[in-house]
Design a protein around this ligand. Structure first.
Ligand code: BGC
Length: 446
């Protein structure tokens, strides 16, 4: 059985949350609507028509929730700043109440002995900026840079650990290609232009933080999934390579100065040729102090001629009779180990933090107890895989569980529960799940 001490005394243990998923008060205290507020009002976009209007009401309950992070034994609290709480229209007028709110959250972390890790963009673009084209508009980079500068100047004296973007591939693919996340746009043209502006934002954000925050520890977080060919046939292997370019390489390689991974996928090459400015890799490059990795599942990929452009198809865990979570995501800790090794093999990656990892299950609520043995088993497996990678010399400095409490799980609404703490969305009562108590014990706080 692994122990927290196996990871060393300096290893950081945390939980991660995101503004749009927990704060509530979504259109009060001066906050402007984000694309998620607007998207969730469109019929059929979110399961059961759920909306993030109140969600966990963290806006009012932040003291209680931050105290819970401490109670569970963690030392890091990762949260994000809602851009439209600071700038209701995305630019221009600054909302003083929003500025003060995050000061209170940061101060509360320190009162509880927690280190704040602040994410600047966790998917909640101000809706007013989407009206101008969102991540498809050339002007988005100026707006983002202005937002980053305001946050860096305002909080930089207190906050030293920054994550510029959360999962750029996640929000550009789901929101600008597949249309299943806000703002609901589709198609490759939208996707690739959003990708490019996002890759610029990632590096620009890093540069602004470096210039404005003394002694900053600057990172950005990538989603990652080992991509496994269904068979060793050439067709399946090359289909898997195309998906790997998208899922794993699309954002880290430009940040490392390598440009987009076009050499391995002609479609990407075509896009970067069409947009000659994309070849200027300098602006896309930034020397991050650490990279955040977020892993939830591997992908098994089979060639399929009927799928336009990608010609690749995921063979789901269920159909392969593999263990999976309530999201249908395959539980495969070896793939966690493999993908960490894949990212660690880039010479430019200096330090890795796992900034999210976790699982949704149908928890059993019995009176004051919430039983989630599957989630405990999941964490045990994944932490063992992490320890293996660390023991082999990968410079992994921390792990953040996703997530503190059940929350607004994007297009799944309140139907998918990932928390270590159960949220009753009617009463706002929090109940620590067995997995929360498991972490508490694991981290030696009881
Ligand atoms: C996101 C979280 C999300 C989690 C589970 C990650 O991709 O950063 O916001 O809740 O996955 O789906």
């Amino acid at each position: 059985m692994i122990k927290a001490s196996d990871f060393g005394d300096d290893f950081l243990w945390g939980v991660a949350v995101a503004a749009a998923q927990i704060e509530g008060a979504s259109e009060s205290y001066g906050k402007g609507p984000s694309i998620w507020d607007t998207f969730s009002k469109r019929a059929g976009k979110i399961k059961k028509g759920h909306q993030p209007t109140h969600t966990c009401d963290f806006y009012h309950k932040y003291k209680e929730d931050i105290a819970l992070v401490k109670t569970l034994g963690f030392s890091v609290f990762r949260f994000s700043i809602a851009w439209s709480r600071i700038l209701p229209y995305g630019k221009g007028i600054i909302n003083k109440e929003g500025i003060l709110f995050y000061h209170r959250v940061i101060d509360e972390c320190f009162l509880n002995g927690l280190i704040p890790y602040v994410t600047l963009y966790h998917w909640d673009l101000p809706d007013a900026l989407e009206d101008e084209g969102g991540w498809n508009a050339y002007s988005i980079n100026d707006s983002f840079n202005n937002f980053v500068s305001i946050c860096a100047k305002e909080y930089g004296d207190k906050v030293k650990n920054w994550i510029v973007l959360n999962e750029p591939f996640g929000f550009t693919s789901l929101g600008y290609m597949l249309g299943v996340h806000a703002p609901g746009k589709t198609g490759l043209t939208n996707f690739f232009s959003a990708v490019h502006h996002t890759a610029i934002a990632q590096a620009d954000g890093g540069r602004i933080l470096r210039a404005l925050v003394p002694n900053a520890n600057i990172g950005t977080s990538f989603s990652c999934s080992e991509v496994i060919p269904y068979t060793q046939s050439d067709a399946d292997v090359t289909a898997a390579k195309r998906i790997d370019c998208l899922m794993n390489r699309l954002f880290i390689e430009p940040a490392l100065g390598m440009g987009y991974p076009g050499a391995d996928w002609d479609l990407m090459e075509k896009f970067s040729i069409q947009h000659s400015t994309w070849r200027h890799t300098e602006r896309l490059t930034f020397d991050f102090d650490f990279i955040g990795l977020q892993n939830y599942f591997p992908l098994t990929i089979k060639y399929n001629a009927f799928i336009p452009v990608l010609q690749a198809w995921e063979v789901k865990a269920k159909s392969r009779k593999k263990p999976h979570t309530a999201m249908g995501w395959e539980i495969n800790a070896d793939s966690f180990y493999n993908i960490i090794k894949q990212f660690a093999s880039y010479p430019g990656v200096k330090k890795i933090m796992i900034t999210e990892n976790g699982a949704a299950y149908h928890d059993k609520v019995l009176g004051n107890h919430v039983h989630d043995p599957e989630r405990i088993a999941y964490f045990q497996l994944y932490l063992a895989a992490l320890l293996k990678a660390k023991s082999e010399g990968v410079n992994i400095t921390g792990y953040m569980a996703w997530t503190l409490m059940d929350n607004f799980e994007w297009a799944e609404g309140f139907n998918a529960r990932f928390g270590l703490v159960h949220t009753d969305f009617k009463t706002q009562r929090r109940t620590i799940k067995d997995s929360g108590f498991w972490f508490q014990k694991f981290l030696h706080k009881i």
